[in-house]
Design a protein around this ligand. Structure first.
Ligand code: HAM
Length: 418
C-alpha cells in the first residue's frame, strides 16, 4: 500500500455496486409507498446550529453528550452535523410556518446522519435514515398510521419476517414523574449491582437504565416497576386505542413496557422495529410521539409523531433475505473487429437505446474471439458483431449467448430480437 494513499474516515463508508444499486431499488420502493400514503418529501440541510440539537434531543442523552460532530465554523458559530432528522424537520416546520397549512401535515426525508459512535457491524459514524414526521394530530389514528406505514415498507422490501415491532406508551408530563420516582427508588436500592454508566443515569435519565445492554443491569431491571402501573387515564386510553387501530391495520406488534428511546423529546407512544438477525445492533428503526418539541423550538403547541429507519440496517436485512435483485441486465454488447467500424456500432447503439434496450458499445477493436469472450464476461444476452463482412454488407451478426443461436440481421431488425 502506497504511503500516498488516503483512506476514508473511520465509520464513513463507500457504497459500491451492486449494493448501491440495491439501495436505489429499495429507495424507489419506499418512495412509491410514501407517495401512495400521501407523505410529502422535504430536503433539509445536513448541518444546523448546535443549539437546535442540544435543546431538541436533550443535553443528557448519549447523542448530545458524546456523539455529535460539533465544531466552530469560520465565523466561530458552533455548528453540528445532524445526528438525526427530527430536530431539523421541526426547525423547518416552525421557520416555514407549515403550521398554517391544513393539518395533519405528513412529511418524509432521507439522507446521511452523523454520530461519533464506536463503529461495528450495523453501526457507523455516517449512516442514513429514511424518516417520516406527522404534525398536528393528537389522535392515536396517526400513531397507528405511521407504524403501519413502517410495517408496509418492511413487507414490500421482503424483510418483515425478520422484524418485530415493539410498542410502548412511556407516559406524559402528568404520569411519567410518578413512574420516574418509583424507578429511581428501585434503582437506588440496587446501585451496587449496576454498571457505572447506569449509576450515573439514575439521577440524569433513569429510564435509560431499562435500555442498558449490560447483562447484570438487565438482570436487575427485569423486576423493576413498569410504566404499565403508572399511566394516567389519558395515556392508558391513547395506548389502548393505538392497539385497536394496529389490529385493524393487521400490523403484528408486541407490547414492551421496558422499551424507552434514546432521545428526550418523546411523550406517550414510543415504538421500535427490532431484529435478532443483526447481532447487537438490533434496532432497524424507531420513533414515537413528541408533542412538546414544536413549542420547545419556538412554534405553536403542535402534536407530532414520526419514526426513522436506519437504512444500513434495513439493507443488511435485505441482503440477509436476498430480497431485491441487484443485477443490472445487459441486453446487447456490440463489438467490432476494426476501429473503422465504430460508426456502424454507434448506429446500432443509438437504435437500441432509443428502444429502451440496455446496451454497451465497445471502446476499441478486438478479435472475434475476444468480442465473444467479453460479451460473456459482461453477462450480455446478445453479442452484436461487426466484422468486415458485416460492415460491407450492412448487416449485423447477432448471437444469443444462452442458446448459441446466431443470425444476420439488418439494422431495422435488431430491436425485434427477443
Ligand atoms: P433513533 O432511534 O436514534 O431515532 O435512530 C433511528 C434509527 O437510525 C435506529 O433505529 C437505527 O436503525 C439507525 N441508527 C442510529 N444510529 C446509527 C448508527 N450509528 N449507525 C447506523 N444506524 C444508526 C431517531 O433518530 C429519531 N429521529 C426517529 C424519529 C423520527 N422519531 C420521531 N421521528
Amino acid at each position: 500500500m502506497s504511503e500516498k494513499q488516503i483512506k476514508a474516515i473511520r465509520g464513513f463508508n463507500d457504497l459500491l455496486s451492486p449494493m448501491a444499486r440495491r439501495w436505489s431499488q429499495a429507495e424507489q420502493i419506499l418512495q412509491e409507498i410514501l407517495e401512495n400514503w400521501r407523505y410529502q418529501e422535504i430536503r433539509l440541510p445536513i448541518m444546523e446550529k448546535t443549539e437546535l440539537f442540544c435543546r431538541g434531543i436533550g443535553e443528557n442523552t448519549d447523542i448530545v453528550g458524546k456523539e455529535m460532530y460539533t465544531f466552530a465554523d469560520k465565523s466561530d458559530e458552533s455548528v453540528t452535523l445532524r445526528p438525526e432528522g427530527t430536530a431539523g424537520v421541526v426547525r423547518a416546520y416552525v421557520e416555514n410556518k407549515l403550521y398554517n397549512e391544513l393539518a395533519p401535515q405528513r412529511v418524509w426525508y432521507r439522507g446521511p446522519m452523523f454520530r461519533y459512535e464506536r463503529p461495528q457491524k450495523g453501526r457507523y459514524r455516517q449512516f442514513h435514515q429514511l424518516g417520516v414526521e406527522v404534525f398536528g394530530e393528537t389522535e392515536a389514528t396517526i400513531d397507528a398510521e405511521t407504524i403501519a406505514l413502517g410495517y408496509t415498507m418492511l413487507v414490500e422490501l421482503g424483510i418483515a419476517a425478520g422484524v418485530t415491532i415493539e410498542i410502548n406508551n412511556i407516559g406524559c408530563p402528568q404520569c411519567r414523574p410518578g413512574y420516574r420516582q418509583a424507578l429511581v427508588a428501585f434503582l437506588n436500592a440496587r446501585r451496587k449491582h449496576l454498571c457505572e454508566n447506569c449509576v450515573e443515569r439514575i439521577e440524569k435519565n433513569p429510564l435509560r437504565v431499562l435500555d442498558c445492554k449490560n447483562p447484570e443491569c438487565q438482570a436487575q431491571v427485569a423486576s423493576a416497576p413498569t410504566i404499565d402501573e403508572h399511566r394516567c387515564e389519558s395515556c392508558a386510553a391513547h395506548y389502548g386505542a393505538l392497539q385497536i387501530y394496529l389490529d385493524a391495520y393487521g400490523v403484528p406488534y408486541q407490547r414492551n413496557p421496558f422499551m424507552v428511546r434514546g432521545l428526550d423529546y418523546y411523550v406517550g407512544t414510543a415504538f421500535e422495529f427490532t431484529t435478532s438477525l443483526l447481532g447487537s445492533q438490533n434496532a432497524i428503526g424507531g420513533g414515537g410521539r413528541y408533542d412538546g418539541l414544536v413549542e420547545d423550538l419556538g412554534g405553536p403547541a403542535t402534536a407530532a409523531v414520526g419514526f426513522a429507519f436506519g437504512m444500513e440496517r434495513v439493507m443488511l436485512l435485505v441482503e440477509h433475505f436476498d430480497s431485491l435483485q441487484a443485477d443490472l441486465s445487459l441486453d446487447f454488447y456490440i463489438g467490432y473487429t476494426e476501429n473503422t467500424f465504430t460508426l456502424q456500432g454507434l448506429q446500432a447503439l443509438r437504435a437500441l437505446r432509443a428502444l429502451g434496450k440496455t446496451c454497451e458499445l465497445d471502446t476499441r477493436q478486438r478479435s472475434v474471439k475476444n468480442i465473444f469472450k467479453r460479451g460473456d464476461r459482461l453477462g450480455a444476452r446478445h453479442v452484436v458483431l461487426i466484422g468486415g463482412d458485416e460492415a460491407a454488407g450492412n448487416f449485423f451478426t447477432v448471437k444469443e449467448l444462452a442458446t448459441g443461436e446466431q443470425r444476420q440481421v439488418p439494422l431495422a431488425e435488431l430491436a425485434k430480437l427477443p
